[in-house]
Ligand binder design. Sequence first.
Ligand SMILES: Cc1cc2nc3c(=O)[nH]c(=O)nc-3n(C[C@H](O)[C@H](O)[C@H](O)COP(=O)(O)OP(=O)(O)OC[C@H]3O[C@@H](n4cnc5c(N)ncnc54)[C@H](O)[C@@H]3O)c2cc1C
Length: 377
Amino acid sequence: MGTREEASTAVVIGAGIGGLTAAMGLQRIGWSMTVLERAPIIAEVGAGLTVWPNAERALDALGVEIQSRSIPTISRGNLRTPSGRWLRHSHPEDVGVLAIHRADLHDVLRKELPDEALHTDAEVVSVSPEGTVVCADGQKFTADLVIAADGVNSVTRRSLWSGDPVFQHRTVWRGVTPSGSVWPVQESMTLGRGVQTGVLPLPDERVYWFLMVNAAQPNQLYGDDRAEVLRRVRHWHRPIPELVAATPEDQVLHNDIVDLDPLPTYVKDRVVLLGDAAHAMSPDLGQGACQAIEDAVVLTAALAADKLPEALQRYDEQRRARLKPMKEAARASLKRTSNTGLLPHLAVSIAARLAPPAAWRKATAQWSEWTPPELPR
Ligand SMILES: Cc1cc2nc3c(=O)[nH]c(=O)nc-3n(C[C@H](O)[C@H](O)[C@H](O)COP(=O)(O)OP(=O)(O)OC[C@H]3O[C@@H](n4cnc5c(N)ncnc54)[C@H](O)[C@@H]3O)c2cc1C
């Protein structure tokens, strides 16, 4: 059983943002860990990410600096109509959000870990509550603790818990423009009827954009995703069509939006769920990866302070209490923004226009004013 004094071991399943952050945390408190990633390389998708102050503080607690790889942004503080009319303007310093390319955040985290801890082409196919993990090639790992950070379709959650992802009748396209191709641009979110587009400048004169729309069925395929997005935004204000057109066709990502119903626990004996594997939510609050980072820091602090069972219980209680209202808020937000009715759409637009920026900041502060627990130096 892992205590602070013994050299404890962990297997982390998944080298996404959550898994890498957790591995860093464990490394910091002297655990020996193995990270298993099914992909042939450790990498992230070509899209942007908003990192809110709660996650910035959590990264800071781990000694991770991302300011030099990101730029301050406003996220949802600037709202426009599809014709380009401004509904709301905010100031980056009021909000304190950072915009970063996912690959850059991933790279920063990856560099903190020793190569020998990271195993690629290691697809986990089964996990036992006692802490044994088996990969598709037959390799077996046993550890004091298994951290399942294997994303929304987690094989760990499917085998030890119940709970499949819930399709939210939304689908999203994302892309990042090549450096300098459309620049400068101002960050904004554009609200159509049941449709949203986001524009987020990134370092090196790149721009992250997304288009989120309603979808009757999951897994709908479009031969040419970029052409499909252009078809949908061709009459929208500049620079949205230009950003899409500038993005290489094969780099446009398309995913359905799925989330998870709340789980009764994130812990089974020696196995703990972390990040999207535990609490995937729609991107409406821009907090999914931020919460994976928070999870990692809370777990690290708990393991540093207590024996394994007590530490896992503390993690479980604290994280579920934090995530429950946030997941409800993400679903409520998704319901509002996916409504295609004229009156609800006008209500959202008028509220955005009339509510002072302070009201929006207050609404986001309930998630971003979180402070990480102390970690040992
Ligand atoms: C459109 C969109 C926009 C978003 N915007 C934001 C935002 O602005 N800010 C924010 O904080 N969050 C945002 N999110 C949410 C964020 O992307 C996720 O919450 C975050 O990436 C979850 O990280 P994770 O490490 O838990 O899981 P993942 O990123 O899914 O990583 C899981 C890893 O596990 C690996 N894996 C899976 N199964 C196995 C297996 N069996 N064996 C071994 N390895 C395995 C995968 O290959 C992957 O590397 C957004 C999400 C979407 C869809």
